[in-house]
Design a protein around this ligand. Sequence first.
Ligand SMILES: [Zn+2]
Ligand SMILES: [Zn+2]
Length: 154
Amino acid sequence: MKKLNNWEKETLNLIENVIDKNGYKATSQRREILYIFIKHNQKHLSAEEVYEYVKQEGIGLATVYRNIKIFVDLDILKEIRVDDTNYYELKMYGKKPLHIHFQCENCGCIEDILDQDIILEYLRINRLIEDKQSCEIFDMDIMFHGLCKDCIKE
Ligand SMILES: [Zn+2]
Ligand SMILES: [Zn+2]
């Protein structure tokens, strides 16, 4: 594993504790896979993309799939399904806890909407839904589709 900065080290430790508490072992393979998500925490990665990063460490694609599934079950990773591909990102341990996604129909890029005003507006809607439906919301999955700012210019 490459050198970790402080935030990366702390995040990895936190996640290792979660793995441990749930009766799993934080094996070196799991740490390598988690490290990729921590290192690329601004991105949404498919299992194949993670595999491309870890294959030189001798980690196979099946291992990547198996461990990603465990991480999703443990709420460490969030799964985002687009067309036929699943993408993953760190859930609460990432630097961007709550956000909405936008996908460009032209270039396929997935962007995080992290704007503070939009997040506040979202939280307002969240509360409204809880009130009107008398329910409790734990998570959300919102994907907007359209053209990104680069593609709109073309
Ligand atoms: Zn685009
Ligand atoms: Zn995201």
